[in-house]
Design a protein around this ligand. Sequence first.
Ligand SMILES: [Zn+2]
Length: 120
Amino acid sequence: MLSWDDVSLHLRALGYLPVTFLEIDCSCCNRCFRLAVEKIQDGDTIIRRWPCPGCGAMQPATILATGYSRRVLPLIERVPSRHLSAVSRAKLLESVGIRPEAPPKRKKSTNPGPRLPVLN
Ligand SMILES: [Zn+2]
């Protein structure tokens, strides 16, 4: 049986390069991208932030996987944004035992509003 290192050497010999697959859900341009970039070394601090392909702003990047590819990098695919609604976010937090913050309560107005004119 081949070890992973043996497989890696074999793939490199065939022209495959190690790649890291990232996802960026950009808060600036509200678009979501999946990227394949040249493999990021483990422990690399740049891993946490990556320039958005849409607007160029540095955004938090989620590492999805590592693998191999022979295609020209970077590969960029736009995917639907996966921001959760407030209700979905609250349900998700409750499912792991975190009580979501209550929405801010509206203050009761102490101003009674305009007075009606007094008729004599
Ligand atoms: Zn962006």
